[in-house]
Design a protein around this ligand. Sequence first.
Ligand code: NAD
Length: 339
Amino acid sequence: MVKNIGINGYGTIGKRVADAVSAQDDMKIVGVTKRSPDYEAKSAVEKGYDLYISVPEREAEFEEAGIEVAGTADELFEKLDLVVDCTPGGVGAANKTDIYEKIGLKAIFEGGEDHDAIGSSFNAEANYASNIGKDYVRVVSCNTTGLCRTLKPIKDIAGIKNVRAVMVRRGADPNDVKRGPINAIVPTTEVPSHHGPDVQTIIDDINVMTMALIVPTTLMHTHNIMVELEDDSITTDDVLDAFQKAYRVLPVKKSLNLGSTAQIMEYAKDLGRSRGDMYEIPVWEESVNVENGELFYMQAVHQESDVVPENVDAIRAMLELEDDAEKSILKTNKAMGIL
Ligand code: NAD
């Protein structure tokens, strides 16, 4: 039976997850929620999603803006098998205790929530099986998803002694007019940055240290990763082969004029992707080098979209629609046109 899914918080991540769920044949979107009558609320209705409001007192504002409202968020929750909570960080954890647990509704949360507040973290290729049947699951952040996507295949072929990674983070999403920096590099002075410990919520036996800095760009993050391998017979070609075989990693060539985040984003548009999204983690092939048992590589992360297919797989695991991670990943990838 097709499962009924709702999106709480139809913003950057929520609207993408709504479209990704709608592309599947074993789940459907029953409705999405908004707090404010803005362009996203208007376009949700124009796309055919039933719109529910999280602040019932604001119904008149939606009416005034000519945006049709189907009901309140609480009314939507009653119709669902699972809600994907895409509200800003911290709101999801409060919704878990204040709403979902009280009405017995399964929920997925995003990377802005802490692992401990939700209890379980998810990455399809790394730990699908341990989330089967769970009630509350967090899909880890865009950066942690990117790290897990490439570290898991390396661990599988070579074993990992140590990972050191430096994340160069985008300052804001393209539509975010309130964040920066616009003319500075801002180091995250907390060491490790939260990314390393976050990877360990997915791959618990990995030794990983991360540092991060924020730069004035909106397109993507990049990661510079150094991995001490257990198996020192592994070659650069072995690693490239593992990246080729991984389901959501995309080796790209600088020599094909894909040597920057700007060109990769243009490539995603050329692929005809909705919103110009790049769901895969592009790894620059030329940056992949094994030297004296240590692997070096650079990758990019499209922060607005890499987590989207993970949400679809998390739904399948939690609602026990599919027990096999590989089958779910392939089904999601096919429906979303992932390479
Ligand atoms: P966003 O601000 O673009 O969207 C959040 C949406 O939630 C908005 O539509 C807002 O109106 C709505 N909202 C706000 N408060 C609410 C409330 N109390 N109840 C119901 N709805 C409410 O945020 P986003 O970038 O989509 O982030 C959502 C989650 O995804 C966060 O946990 C974030 O950390 C995570 N995430 C974001 C990115 C990214 O780059 N944008 C990447 C990966 C994960």
